[in-house]
Structure formats: C-alpha cells, structure tokens
Design a protein around this ligand. Structure first.
Ligand code: GTP
Length: 862
C-alpha cells in the first residue's frame, strides 16, 4: 500500500516524444500504482488540447498528480512531450489519467500533425473520459485553435470499428462573464458543425454524434487571474470524477472496457497498431487482448500449481503407495488454481476466458493425471492382493472354489471401485473402466491359475490313487495269469474306478463346472486308469518269456501239491512236460492281447493247435501251407490291443522250447540214474557165473569159521559205510557222479567209523577198569565232526532252474548251473536235493550262505 500510495499522482512517461512506447516504465507504474488488480473498476481519463493551454495545471489541480507544468514566468513553450500517465490521488474508483502532448504546437510545425492524430486516436481508444481543453475565447471563432483538434478527433473516431461511447468533456478555460448557459449552445453548435463536416463511412453517414460521444461541457475561471475561483470550480469538477463509472456517472455509458490487468498490454498494442497506421478494430483488439492476457494468466496459474507444495507432496506420496482421500486433496488443489484464474480473467472476453480456462484445466489435468494413474495402479495391486488373500482364506475355511472366487471377486472389485471413486477429482471426467477391466482380468487370471492348479492337483491325486489301486494288483494277476486274468483285471478296473471317480466328480462340484468338461475330466481319468492297466500289461508281456519259463518250471518241477518233484522213474515225464508247456502256452495267450471286453477270442486255441498239438512233422507241413501265426494281428483283437503278435508268439515259443528242453532232458536223465541206482542185484547170468567160477572160494569160506567171521565183520562195516554215505542216493544221478561222490566221502567216513569204534572200546575199558586216570578224566578236545561234502543234485527248485535257463550258456560248460542268489538258492537247494529234503527236517543255521559251496560242487558234478 505504501508503494501504491507513493506511486499515486506520480507521472510516468507512457509514450515518449519520438512515439516509442515506454513499456518498462509503464510496467513499473502499473505495478507501483496497483492498477492491474482493479479489474473493471477503474477509469481512464485523458486530456487533449492546444499546447500550453494549462492542461497539466488542470490535471494536477484536479487529480493531485504531478505532471510537468510550464513555468509561467518563462513564457509559453511546449513542456509535455509525448504522453504521460499518472494515477489520480483520492479518486475512487481507481482513475488513471493521461496527459497528451499539446496540439497545434509550434515545435512540431504544421506538417507534424501525424502525432496529434495518433495520440488523439490513442486517447479515444483507451479512455473513458476525454477532457478537451479549450480557451473560452475560441468558442464561436472560425479560426479557433480547437477546431482542427475536434476534426482530428472525429476523423480518427471513424477508424475505430466499434467505438466506445467516450465522454467528451469540454473544459472551457478562462471563462468570461458570459454564463455557461450561453456558451454551451454555441459550443455544441460548433461541435455539430465540425461533426457534420467530417467525412464518415456510408454506414455512419447519418449517425448522430451522441451515438459515439457523450458530450459534456464545463467552464473554469482563469487559474492565473482567479485562482481561488479556479480551485473552487476544480474541486466541484473533481466531484464528477468520483464514481465516474457508475451508471449515471461521467463515464456510466462506457463500453468495451479492458480489464485493468490488460490495460497496459492493450494500450501498447493499440499504440502499435496506430503507429503502423492500420485500422484499429477495437472489438478484435479486445479479443486479442483477452487472448493474450488470459494466456498469461493461465500460464501463471499453471506455473503456480507446478510449484504448489501441497501438490508436490501428494505427487511424491502417491509414488510410494495409495494416498487416502487422493481425489479430494487433488481436487481442492486444482480448484484453488482455477479459481485464481477465474478471479483474474473474469473481466476479459467471456468466450476467450472460457476457452483459456478449459485449456488451463486440461493442462492441469494432464499434469496430475499420471499421479491419478499411479493411484489406480496401487488400487489395482491392492485389489488383486485382497482377492488373493481372501481366496486363500476362503479355501482354507473349506468353502468351495467357485463360491470363494465369486465372493472375493465381487468384494475386491467393489473395493477397487470405491478406491476409484475416492481417487477421481471432480474437475476430471476420468474413466476408470479400463483399469477396472484390467483388475477384473488380473483377478480372473489369478482365479484361473488357482483353479487350474487345484484341478491338476485333484487330478494328480486321483491318478495316484488309480495307479496305486491298479498297478500292483494287475502285476500280481499277471504273475498268476490264467483264463480268468482279464476278467479279474476288468473287475478290479471297474471296482477301483467306481470307487475313485465318483469321489473325484464330487470334488469337482465345488468348481461349478459345466457337465461336459467335468465329464471329459472323468473320462480322461478313466482313460488314464486304462493306460495304467495297459502299460502294466505291456510291461509284463515284455517279460512273457520269463513268465512262461517260470510257469513251465512251476508245473514241471512240482507236483499237484506244489511239492518239488523227485524224479524216481515212476513219473510220466512226457505228460508232465506237456502239461507244463500247455500252462506256459496259456500264459502266452493271456499276455498276447489286452481284453477290455468279454468277447471270446481264439488266441489260445490257435496257439494250442499250432504250437502245442501235433507232431513236429505235421507242424513243419502246416508251416509250409497255411500258418495261422504268420500274421501281425489277431483276428478279433484291435492292433492297439495287441501286445504280442502271432508271429512273435511263434518265435517266443521256439525260444521257450529250446530253453526248457534241457530241464526235460535232465529230468529224464535223473529218472534213468534212479532206476540204475535201484537195481541192487547183478544180472542172473552174473550170479550163475560167480557161483560156478567162485565155487572153490565159497567152500573155503564156509569151511573156515574165521574167514566166515571176517567176512561177516567186513559185510557189517561195508553196510555201515553204505548207510552212512547213503550210496543209493549218491548213485541216483548216475554211476560216475556216484563213484566220485562216494570216493570223496569214503575216507572221512572210515575215519569216523574207526573213531566211533575206538571210543566204544575205550568206554568198555573204562567200565571194566573204573579207577580214574588223569589222562582219561580230562575231557579231550572235541573230535571234528567230518561232515560229508554236500552234493547238489537235481531236481532243482523252480527259481534256480529259471535262473539257469536265463543264463547264457558257456560254450565250455554248457550244462553249468548259474550261481543262484543267496535267498532263492537256499530255498532251491533245500527243496531240490533229496539229501537236503532229509536235512531240512533239522534246523540249518546259515543255510542262506551254504549253497555257495554246494553250487560249486554241483557245478563240478553237472
Ligand atoms: N491564462 C491562463 N493561464 C494558465 C491557466 N492555467 C495555467 N496557465 C498557465 O499556462 C501556462 C502553461 O501551463 P501548462 O499547464 O504547462 O500548459 P500545458 O497545456 O500543459 O502545456 P503543454 O503541456 O506544454 O502543452 C502556465 O504558465 C500556466 O501558468 C489558466 O487557467 N489561464
């Protein structure tokens, strides 16, 4: 206020004597005088008139300004150059007054009237009130100094397209005794004449002067001669400038006012146009001024918001997380700056102002929009997190998946929408629907992924159950394969799928699936169950030869009570071998194809008729003609269900036969050995020959009792040795192995026998001589029990036999038995050897490891 007060009344040059606009000084004046903030509440007064006509004196007296006045004692000369400006002191509303260079001056000469015209036009264009200073004695005079001035004023008036209704206040100086009432009509007549004489455009040819001007007249006494009166009249005149812009005031009719903040710019632009001698279109100028000023205001307000600390705080806060009440905070900030704009731009052209406001608003919204987007991103993340947490806890609480997903989706989207509503600012019509869609998609994707993982977990679990329920039973069924195997497999398949799949289907209900996909999943599980069975079947069928040989060995080496056979010679090896082969063939027929239906097939009959029945010759003959096995498919079986093709069956059978032939041969050999071992007496011819040829020796023995006794003792010893060595059994496997075995065990047996006899004699001696003897009392070291070396002879156990059959035959020892595994060998040796059958009745610690030696011995025998 102090600066403003100090500036009041101080005159500043607006346009210099050269016609240059003094923008800098003018800006300082505007700032100091505080005009810019007056809006429309200000008036512009200018004064024009002849040079040295006391204009500056009048303004200074009237408005308290300090325009330069001519020193009365130095003579009349031009003091005011160009146009000066000052703010009136103590006049409300704010009134700015311009002191124009005097017209008709001698300094510029007759030709230099251009500046007069330009300054007059300028004053008319920007002023609400124009004081026309004139000497009283010029009124009614033809050659009066004010006539060219008025002409100039009216002429330039025509160049303003839509002139403001300016008040022309004629100030008659040095009034005489002639009262104003008489002077005024004369003056008005003069004015009218001049108005009439001015060339006007066609449109304004008949327009009366009062359309353009509000003509007022006042008269003042001479300042020099009647100063007191002058001052008094000036004070009265000053009253008329108070509230001059109010209706009925001196400038009450004014039009097209430029807001005070645009006054300086407007003046500068008008002066520029005038200087360029262009037509001055005031309405267009007004729009131009409004455009420029509104732009300036908008830019200033935009600058304010970019540096607004409140906005900067919100912007930085939203980078790290959601800001509560974001929309309200931001809306208020935007509102404050827009209101500032409105306040400053309110007096400018409405269309321009609104346009610029919209532009400012959109700039501000563009500035804050990224923060809003960031806020939405936070809300999006928050919504998704809420959904994830909610879904997890819902599922953990045991709610169904579909219900949980639906409830939590609804809840999360609702929260997001609320967040959006909170984040939107009232000035913006931001659309959250795209972000909402993204959130919905996020949630759907997450729900889908959880659903997929849950479904696959359920499926995996069901598959595990199916696999566990099917694989092992199917494997064990194939181990004991027979005609009922596939029926049993089908039963197991049905039973397990009937038990597991309904439970799976029941679990699917929580997903609220359509019928078709649920059915498809169940159907896939059924297929999986089938595939488990099929793959297990194929796995077993790939080992069919082992199974066949196992089956063969089981049947061939065991009787109907599953007791290992002892080939005594009474058995019908041929029939047993046929039975065993038939069992193996049946197994082959079971494993040849997968049978998911109950349809009978001819696989077994074809295999039996082709491979088992008929003589070798007939088989060769049939092979040459129509071989039913010369094919890769079975008649009733689909190719995908064929596990072993007919031709594969044929070659498998060939291999099987070759590999089991030895077992049969060995059985036959064992029988023969047994028979030989059982024939104790020599042939009759030998007995007769012995009786004839040994008659003399027999008689000698009979006649000599000692010989007879020795013979008897020898017989007893041989009998004892034979019993101990179990000679008959040793010879079951043939003569040579029997001799070797007996000879190996003979010496230890004799030694054992002698020891026993010696021990008995010693015992008898002690009974006869009961006195103790130090040597006999002390127990001697135990005599080592010489066990006869164990012998491994056929028949072998099924497992050992099987292993042997699968071991590649060494060319050097074609009949060598493969070293058995400890667990199976113990059982095999225990059941196969007749000796071990006897020994099995006694407990045999370490029997698992013993067969190692037995096998070695057996290998040497075999
Ligand atoms: N006769 C007479 N002289 C006056 C009156 N008022 C001022 N003067 C004198 O006129 C002379 C010029 O005064 P200014 O106020 O400087 O006149 P001006 O019109 O501003 O002059 P320029 O700005 O140079 O055109 C001064 O010597 C004043 O004393 C008046 O009312 N009557």
């Amino acid at each position: 206020m102090e600066e403003s007060d100090a500036a009041e009344g101080v005159a500043v040059q607006l346009i210099d004597g050269e016609g240059e606009f003094a923008a800098e000084g003018a800006e300082r004046f505007m700032a100091a005088a505080g005009v810019a903030g007056c809006g429309l509440s200000y008036a512009v007064v200018s004064i024009m008139g002849p040079q040295s006509s006391g204009k500056s004196t009048l303004l200074n007296q009237l408005f308290g300004t300090n325009f330069r006045e001519m020193d009365a004692f130095r003579g009349r000369s031009q003091t005011t150059k160009g146009i000066w400006i000052a703010r009136c002191v103590g006049v409300e509303p704010c009134t700015v007054v311009l002191d124009l260079e005097g017209t008709d001056g001698r300094e510029r000469g007759e030709d230099d009237t251009a500046f007069e015209k330009q300054s007059s036009l300028f004053a008319l264009a920007i002023s609400d009130i124009v004081l026309i200073n004139m000497w009283c004695h010029d009124i009614g005079r033809e050659q009066a100094a004010n006539k060219p001035l008025l002409k100039t004023v009216f002429q330039v008036m025509m160049r303003l397209f839509s002139p403001r209704k300016t008040t022309l206040l004629f100030v008659i100086r040095d009034k005489t005794r002639t009262p104003l009432e008489h002077l005024e009509p004369v003056l008005r007549e003069d004015i009218q004449k001049i108005w009439n004489s001015v060339a006007k455009p066609e449109a304004h040819k008949d327009t009366p002067i009062n359309e353009f001007f509000n003509v007022q007249v006042t008269a003042l006494s001479s300042f020099e001669e009647k100063e007191d009166q002058f001052r008094e009249q000036v004070q009265q005149l000053r009253q008329r400038f108070s509230n001059s812009i109010a209706p009925g005031g001196l400038a009450g009719d004014r039009r097209g006012v430029v807001p005070a903040s645009g006054f300086l710019f407007s003046s500068q632009q008008i002066w520029k146009v005038i200087r360029e001698n262009k037509d001055l279109d005031l309405p267009a100028h007004k729009v131009m001024v409004a455009t420029v000023r509104c732009d300036e205001i908008a830019n200033e307000k935009f600058g304010c918001i970019t540096s607004d600390t409140e906005w900067l705080d919100v912007e930085s806060a939203v980078q790290s997380g959601p800001v509560p009440g974001f929309g309200k905070k931001l809306g208020n900030i935007v509102d404050v700056h827009l209101q500032e704009y409105d306040k400053e731009a309110v007096y400018f052209d409405e269309a321009v102002r609104k346009g610029k406001r919209q532009h400012l608003e959109s700039r501000i919204l563009n500035l804050v929009q990224p923060a809003f987007q960031k806020m939405l991103t936070h809300l999006r993340v928050k919504a998704l997190e809420k959904f994830k947490t909610g879904l997890n806890s819902s599922l953990e609480s045991g709610k169904g998946f579909a219900v949980s997903a639906r409830d939590n989706t609804e809840c999360s989207l609702k929260e997001f929408e609320q967040g959006c509503a909170d984040a939107i600012i009232k000035q913006a019509n931001w659309d959250c629907s795209k972000m909402l869609e993204k959130v919905r998609r996020d949630i759907e994707d997450h729900a889908l992924s959880i659903r997929e993982s849950k479904l696959s977990e359920m499926t995996r679990h069901a598959k595990d159950k199916l696999r566990k329920a099917l694989a092992e039973p199917v494997e064990s069924l194939f181990d004991a394969a027979d005609q009922t195997t596939w029926q049993s497999i089908r039963n197991i398949y049905k039973r397990e799928t009937d038990a597991i799949l309904p439970e799976f289907l029941n679990n699917l209900c929580q997903f609220e699936m359509e019928y078709a996909p649920a059915e498809e999943m169940v159907s896939k599980l059924k297929d999986y169950a089938r595939s488990v069975v099929e793959s297990k079947a194929k796995e077993e069928s790939s080992k069919v030869l082992i199974h066949m040989k196992e089956r063969f060995t089981t049947v061939f080496s065991h009787d109907k009570d599953s007791i290992p056979r002892v080939w005594t010679g009474k058995e019908d090896v041929r029939a047993i071998a046929k039975e065993a082969r038939s069992a193996a063939l049946k197994l082959l027929s079971v494993m040849a194809a997968i049978r998911w239906d109950d349809e009978p097939d001819r696989i077994e009959s074809i295999l039996t008729s082709t491979l088992l029945e008929g003589s070798v010759v007939s088989k060769i003959a049939s092979a040459a003609s129509a071989d039913p096995l010369a094919s890769t498919t079975w008649e009733e079986i689909a190719p995908k269900h064929t596990m072993i093709t007919p031709s594969q069956c044929k070659s498998l059978w060939k291999q099987f036969k070759a590999e089991t032939e030895f077992t049969i041969t060995q059985a036959v050999s064992t029988q023969q050995a047994h028979r030989r071992g059982n024939s104790k007496l020599p042939p009759p011819w030998a007995i007769v020959a012995i009786a004839i040829l040994g008659f003399n020796e027999i008689m000698v023995l009979i006649r000599n009792p000692i010989y007879l006794f020795l013979l008897f003792v020898g017989y007893l010893m041989v009998k004892a040795l034979a019993m101990q060595l179990d000679v008959s059994r040793e010879f079951q496997n043939g003569v040579v192995p029997g001799i070797i075995s007996v000879s190996v065990k003979l010496l230890p047996a004799i030694q054992n026998l002698v020891n026993k006899v010696a021990a008995e004699q010693q015992a008898e001696h002690q009974q006869q001589h009961p006195h103790p003897h130090p040597h006999t009392q002390a127990p001697g070291p135990p005599q080592p029990q010489m066990q006869p070396p164990p012998l491994l002879l056929s028949p072998r156990s099924p497992m050992s036999e099987l292993r042997r059959l699968h071991m590649p035959r060494s060319p050097r020892s074609p009949r060598k038995v493969a070293s058995p595994a400890p667990s199976s060998s113990s059982s095999s040796s225990a059941v196969s050897s007749p000796r071990h059958v006897g020994e099995d009745q006694k407990p045999r610690p370490g029997a698992v490891g013993a067969p190692e030696n037995e096998a070695t011995v057996a290998d040497s025998i075999v």
